[in-house]
Design a binder for this molecule. Structure first.
Ligand code: PEP
Ligand code: MN
Length: 295
């Protein structure tokens, strides 16, 4: 029986001809297209580590965390100025003020900034301040938003929808590419599966990483913070992600000596733990181990 809308990985050359390995033999079976964000190279020799708060809450909080992220040896700063929250009564972010704070943090630390654009009407504003535009899991199939982000002239970090198949995820990336922007980094951030909040927030789909790398030349990174929702799981999940071929990590970090974050406090790690993850990532990349596994 034929079912409407049923697609499989063999349909990728039709669904995403701009991104698919099959339609781009110039990348061979394993080459990655390097995406550069102010000198930081996704898909380059070493994995890219991004750290920062869940939300930009204040200048002091963000600068403190940004300093910790830089000291840890990470490459980029994250932080949401506009936050997608389950309840409209919860803290929604600091908006334009938050974007200014992020650019101050970049000025001081030299770390390039990635932050989320939730709405087509805000893409231009986010692009004005950010070095990379994040599309959140909840918006992965917001096609007008993907097109707008593709036109904004900045690299895009495309998080996987929490219930999206690989074909749907790559199809979403194609909407960005169609605007002439191939500077796209994919991010696995956990999917809705059995864990359902009982022992972790989502299920980190490590298995998708080698599949992404087999089917597209775009770099792929992992968000172990939202995938697990548990601070103690972030470091082991990061190591596992790298073993599976992840080309980077995006991690929520908070400063233990400051006020508790309003958003995702229990999954945030301290800068020392981030430093330990960075050391592992670099040591692994610099050794020959990588060549023996998926990556
Ligand atoms: C985030 O990274 O700030 C975030 C909200 O993540 P996700 O879209 O993956 O839930
Ligand atoms: Mn968060």
């Amino acid at each position: 029986m034929k079912i409407a809308g049923q697609v499989s990985l063999s349909d990728l050359p039709r669904i995403c001809p701009l991104l698919c390995r099959k339609t781009h033999p110039e990348y061979g079976e394993t080459d990655t297209r390097v995406v550069e964000v102010r000198g930081v190279r996704f898909g380059g020799e070493r994995p890219v580590v991004i750290g920062g708060p869940c939300a930009v809450e204040s200048q002091e909080q963000t600068l403190n965390v940004a300093r910790g992220v830089r000291r840890a040896g990470a490459d980029m700063l994250r932080g949401g100025a506009y936050k997608p929250r389950t309840s409209p009564h919860d803290f929604q972010g600091t908006g334009r003020d938050g974007l200014r704070i992020l650019s101050d943090a970049r000025e001081e630390t030299g770390l390039p900034v990635v932050t989320e654009a939730m709405d087509t009407r805000l893409v231009e504003q986010v692009a004005e301040f950010a070095d990379m535009i994040q599309i959140g899991s909840r918006n992965m199939q917001n096609y007008p938003l993907l097109a707008e982000a593709g036109r904004a002239g900045k690299p895009v970090l495309l998080k996987r929808g929490m219930a999206a198949s690989l074909v749907e995820w790559l199809g979403a990336a194609e909407y960005i590419a169609q605007q002439g922007n191939l500077d796209i980094v994919l991010c696995e951030r956990g999917i809705k599966a059995f864990a359902g909040g009982e022992y972790s927030r989502y299920v980190l789909d490590l298995n998708v990483i080698p599949a992404v790398r087999a089917h597209t030349f775009l770099p792929v990174i992992v968000d172990p913070s939202h995938a697990t929702g548990v601070a103690a799981m972030v470091e082991p999940a990061s190591r596992a992600a790298l073993e599976f071929g992840s080309q980077g990590l995006i991690i929520e970090v908070s400063d233990p000596s400051s006020a508790r974050p309003q958003c995702d406090a229990v999954q945030s790690i301290d800068p020392d733990t981030l430093a330990s993850i960075v050391r592992f990532a670099h040591a692994r990349a610099d050794s020959s181990v990588e060549k023996e596994s998926f990556a």
